[in-house]
Write a protein that binds this ligand. Structure first.
Ligand code: AMP
Length: 216
């Protein structure tokens, strides 16, 4: 199954992608995670992406399209779930073009809908493990011991772009450049809207109801 998961920052794309991956055995292709890995490894791409990411603006389409086309082409036959890509109409068109050149298209587009105040609360309280990538929230999903990862005892960190100021920019960027991607898909195919304001289990129940129906 090939899924595109759309939604504002903080809509829960990462959390729900991890659940989709374990349920359907597909690959999680997160453009944000790939970029963070490139940065950690100090690659040219990582260096080029750095200033955009830290200010909450988008990395140029050319760099992203090349990076994600490679990842999609290398994905095994069981499929993938795209998280954070496409984030501009240009990227969506480039993805359609590269899939049209191959043999497999997107099966499902899901749009997680979330209110701005929920986004700000979720993102500014988010903490993650630099070692294993586990994600927590100081209130909604706290680790057993404050500030420490349950899995490997590493000290949790706040992503530099999860601060209140940067979140405002990321939301503005979302409305300007990424929301039109929802309209782009809606003009071409069914987009499944899911109310993502609730807690993770409630949202997952709504999401899997749709995905289970579509995958049968
Ligand atoms: P995320 O983890 O998906 O919130 O992404 C973190 C940051 O990486 C974003 O704020 C952008 O700077 C950059 N980024 C991730 N995905 C994309 C994309 N598809 N297009 C452009 N920039 C991206």
């Amino acid at each position: 199954m090939r899924v595109v998961l759309l939604g504002a920052p903080g809509a829960g794309k990462g959390t729900h992608c991890r659940r989709i991956v374990s349920q359907y055995d597909v690959l999680h292709l997160s453009s944000g995670d790939i970029l963070r890995r490139e940065r950690a490894e100090g690659t040219d791409l990582g260096k080029q992406a750095q200033s955009y990411m830290d200010s909450g603006t988008l990395v140029p389409d050319g760099l992203i399209v090349e990076m994600m086309s490679k990842a999609v082409k290398a994905a095994p036959g069981a499929g993938y779930v795209l998280d954070g890509f496409p984030r501009t109409v240009n990227q969506a068109e480039a993805l359609d073009q590269s899939l049209a050149d191959g043999e497999s298209g997107i099966d499902v587009v899901i749009n997680l809908q979330v209110d701005d105040d929920v986004v700000v609360e979720r993102i500014t309280g988010r903490r993650s493990c630099p070692k294993c990538g586990a994600v927590y929230h100081v209130k909604n999903m706290p680790p057993k011991q404050e500030g420490i990862c349950d899995h490997d005892r590493a000290e949790l960190v706040q992503r530099p772009d999860d601060t209140a100021d940067v979140v405002k920019n990321r939301l503005a960027t979302y409305y300007e450049q990424t929301k039109p991607v929802v309209d782009y898909y809606k003009a071409k195919r069914t987009v499944h809207d899911v109310d993502a304001n609730g807690d993770a289990d409630a949202v997952a129940a709504l999401l899997f109801e749709k995905l289970d129906a579509l995958s049968n």
